[in-house]
Design a protein around this ligand. Sequence first.
Ligand SMILES: NC(=O)c1ccc[n+]([C@@H]2O[C@H](COP(=O)([O-])OP(=O)(O)OC[C@H]3O[C@@H](n4cnc5c(N)ncnc54)[C@H](O)[C@@H]3O)[C@@H](O)[C@H]2O)c1
Length: 278
Amino acid sequence: MFPEKNQAQAWQVTRMVKKIGIIGCGAMGSEIADYISRNLGDRLKIIAVADIDSGKAEALSSRIKPKPSVASSIEEVINKSDIIIEAASGDISGEVAEKADALKKDVLIMSTGGLLKKQHLVEKINSGHSSIHIPSGAVCGLDGLKSAMTGAVRSVTLTTRKPLKGLAGSPYLKEKNIDIEKIDKETLIYSGTAGEAIKYFPQNINVAVTLSICGIGPDKTNVKIFTSPEYTRNTHEIEIEGEFGRLWTRTENMPSKNNPKTSQLAIFSAIAKLKEII
Ligand SMILES: NC(=O)c1ccc[n+]([C@@H]2O[C@H](COP(=O)([O-])OP(=O)(O)OC[C@H]3O[C@@H](n4cnc5c(N)ncnc54)[C@H](O)[C@@H]3O)[C@@H](O)[C@H]2O)c1
């Protein structure tokens, strides 16, 4: 098919090392970076890291070889990288997605809640005409939901169970004056829409937004959040009813050792998506 030299060149092109930029050097950003340096070094090179807390960016940068630069802005990370991983906050994820997509650079968005502020991006993602990737996070069943959307979908409900410290510090608890440490039995903390849930629990329920982007939208996706001192895992149940029938999934997640709000599977899902891209 190809003369031998061209074939070798074509192979080299497809095996080109891609430059990775990481925005957010907390549990997720750090674990992804560690995985890349340990297992994907022949395909990926972390070129730049950034965090609002420069100490965290410095700490991550100094443990990776070769040492990535510590960037001082989102733009710097995007400009230097082929693939950008956002693992920071819904306050900036929409902007990161928009800027990377404008340059046609692959970008993984973990803080999916921030995408709701950029409806045009949600439409672009769903039309398949963007370079924005949303990993499946800590749930299974999104493939079924996407298929179900070909027909009529009547309801989508996410029931999440998180240990007390998986919800600590959320704006909802402050607003409702709930002392999470005083909860002594299984309690329904929240029931409402995904769109409202992500405002009250911006760091705890991105999965609800992921589900609503793939499905019937943030105002029609129902969310229930339970907590209990007995819980040790972040459990997500998804129930979907529609023309296709009924689908029910349950994922029992170990929380990340570095952040109890984040499930280990969500971190693995980012790595799996990254492998899919390359
Ligand atoms: N999609 C999903 O299913 C899913 C699952 C778990 C977590 N998340 C989200 O992914 C993100 C990362 O999770 P994590 O467990 O690593 O959180 P983390 O709190 O451990 O780390 C977040 C890091 O981002 C930094 N940061 C915050 N705001 C920033 C900003 N404006 N600019 C730059 N850096 C900023 C923080 O200083 C911190 O180091 C969070 O937004 C979290 O809510 C999504």
